[in-house]
Structure formats: C-alpha cells, structure tokens
Design a protein around this ligand. Structure first.
Ligand SMILES: NC(=O)CC[C@H](N)C(=O)O
Length: 363
C-alpha cells in the first residue's frame, strides 16, 4: 500500500503506508534521536505536528506502556525511512504499526528522510499532508494551502480539572500546559506532593493549594499566544519559587518582558549540547521546541542568562535570583534522552527549602 507526503512548497514524496489510514495535515518537523519514538509520539508538545525521525530504522524495539509520556499520541503523522513491523525487545507489547493504528496516526515509510530534513533545515518547518487515499494531487495541494496550523493547542492537552498525586514531601503545583509523565515522575521521585492544575488556573486558585513551589510544564504551540497565562505568572513571580521547563521557560521569560521568536527548524532530539555558563560544564540534553527566547530581549528584565546552546548559541536557561525562579529550554526529565540534567529537580527542591527558611509568606 502506498502513501504520499506533500509539503507546502510543492515537494512530493511517495512511499509506503503504515499506521492508520486517511489524510492528515500538520506542521512537519524533524527529530534527530536514534531512539525514543514512542516518547515523541506521546509527548503533548508535538500536538498538531508531523514528525520525521532522522534515524533510519524506527519500530525495531516496539512499544510498551513504560514509554508513554501521556495517555495518547498527539502527533498528526509519522514519517520514517524504514519501519520494522516485527519488534524485538523483551518489554515490547505491540508493534509501532499497531500502536499507530490504535492512536489514529497516519504514517509513511520508505522515503528519503535525509532529503526531507535538508529541505526543512534550509526552508524551515512547513505545513504538510500525509495521505493513504487517492486524492488527486491538485486537490491535495489546494487542501494543504487552505489548512491553517492550530493556535489553541494547550486547550487540547491540559488537564480539565485539578488532580493530586500525594507525596510526603514538599507540595508543588504543576501548571499543566501538556505535561510529560517524565516531569511528574521526576517530582514524585523526590517525594513531592504534586497538584496538577489546568493551564488557565488563576494565581489565586494556585496559591489556595499552599504550594512550596510552582512548576511550569512543557507544552505545544507559540508561547506568545498565551497572554493570560503570562499575566498569571507575573502575579506569581516572587511569591513562590518557580521552575519552568521548555514552554514554562518561555512563559517565565515573557512574564518578565523578554520576547520569543520562532526558530527556522527548531531543536528536537536527544543530543543537544548545552553549556551552563555558571560552571562552564557542557551537558547533553533532550530537546523539543520550535520557539526560543531572544537573547537581546533579556536586557533590563532581571533575567540572568545561565545556559546557552552550543550548536547555535541560543538561550537555554535563565535565573531570577531575587525571585527564586529559574527555567530551562531543554528537558531535564529526559524522556527520551540523557539524564545529565536530572539535578535541576534537586536544585528546585533546595530552592523551595531555602525560600521557606527565608520566612517569606506564600499567600
Ligand atoms: N516542549 C515544549 O514545551 C515546546 C515549547 C513550544 N511549544 C515550542 O515549540 O517552542
């Protein structure tokens, strides 16, 4: 069975169909991880995107409940060089094909993913459509040009109601913009009493839980589309320690008056080198973002630049010392990816403890 991938610049790839049948539109992005396809498929930050994996063989170790980053898949499509229908791993519970069928994700294999990635690197991420149907090419082109990328992604992935994951340790409110299980796991591994709250919770609702700290999660879409959340954050900064990851980092910076912009092709993969400017150490990090904080806009915001990307020099972390808030553009929860930066969660715990010793009232 064949499938086609059409890009908005008119490039057409013909390949083999696998996964769910149908026609699916989204923003085409690439991920450079050798492994981690299931975490990518279930990371809510990919909501509305179609992902091509640059590693040429996908599906060889199958799928397992242990590798889920949320309860379902959020990508609009998967594009691979070769997919393996018969997985080989002791933990595998299903093939990637069966997983994609269950999740309704249309996929295409057998195309030159290096060529596709080069197109995206040169011209930037763009809209695309994967189809297993016989739609005439001209009609497909028209439909693709009519397709607009969503702007309300967070509404689709945030929790509808607050819920608590009880723990013996410090209470943390986690603002859910599309949280990955890895972030929750990292907090719970440190005993935190986690309250997960909807993205649009007010500062009053958040502080009513008496949190010792607020964690702001990863999430899909453009942070500049979320002015109400930025206003809420502005109210929280300085009242309670804050730790932001990826979308959470971008929102913290916006709340201090910095700006974000879209990268041409983003950072998605598990081997992005990041330098901690405070120590000079370089860490391998897991990343998934298309937007970035503009370094020039950090001036006069009080945000201290703490981390930069070694590949392109972009902002990877900031610190608000007086206000006990910090954030990183990358993923210390490392799902998938290296856990070099796991200690950031310990820093958050220390920050919350210090803040309490400072005797500052939370509410
Ligand atoms: N993983 C994330 O939180 C991504 C943040 C934002 N959606 C971006 O693409 O930059």
């Amino acid at each position: 069975m064949t499938a086609r991938l059409l890009l908005e610049d008119g490039t057409l790839f013909e390949g083999l169909h696998f996964g769910a049948s149908g026609e699916s539109f989204g923003e085409v992005v690439f991920n450079t991880g050798m492994t981690g396809y299931q975490e990518v498929l279930t990371d809510p930050s990919y909501y509305g995107q179609m992902v091509t994996m640059t590693y040429p063989l996908i599906g060889n170790y199958g799928c397992t409940i242990d590798d889920l980053e949320s309860t379902r898949s959020h990508v609009r499509g998967l594009i691979v060089r070769e997919y393996e229908p018969v997985p080989s791993h002791f933990k595998s519970e299903s093939s990637i094909h069966d997983f994609l069928v269950r999740e309704g994700v249309v996929a295409i294999a057998g195309i030159d993913t290096r060529q596709l990635t080069r197109i995206l690197r040169v011209h930037g991420t763009m809209r695309g459509v994967i189809t297993s149907l016989d739609t005439p090419l001209e009609e497909l082109k028209r439909k693709l040009l009519d397709y607009t990328l969503p702007t309300d992604q967070i509404a689709h992935v945030t929790t509808k109601a607050a819920y608590r994951l009880p723990g013996e340790g410090l209470r943390v409110v986690l603002l859910d913009f599309g949280v990955k299980m890895g972030v929750l796991r990292s907090l719970r591994a440190r005993g935190c009493d986690v309250v997960v709250m909807p993205a649009y919770s007010t500062a009053q609702e958040i502080m009513a839980w008496g949190p010792r700290g607020v964690m702001m999660s990863n999430g899909p879409g453009d942070p500049a589309d979320l002015p109400e959340i930025v206003d809420t954050l502005r109210e929280l900064i300085g009242r309670v320690p804050i730790f932001g990851i990826c979308m959470g980092h971008q929102l913290l910076c916006l709340a201090r008056g910095a700006q974000t912009e879209k990268l041409r092709f983003g950072h998605r993969g598990v081997n992005h080198p990041v330098k901690d400017l405070r120590t000079g150490r370089v860490y391998m990090t897991s990343q998934n973002h298309g937007y970035v904080v503009k370094e020039s806009s950090l001036q006069d915001t009080g945000l201290l630049l703490t981390h930069i990307n070694q590949n392109d020099g972009t902002v990877e972390g900031v610190w608000l010392k007086q206000e006990s808030a910090f954030s990183v553009q990358y993923h210390p929860e490392a799902r998938p990816g290296p856990d070099d930066s796991d200690a950031l969660f310990d820093e958050f715990i220390q920050l919350m403890e210090q803040f309490s010793r400072g005797g500052v009232a939370h509410v």
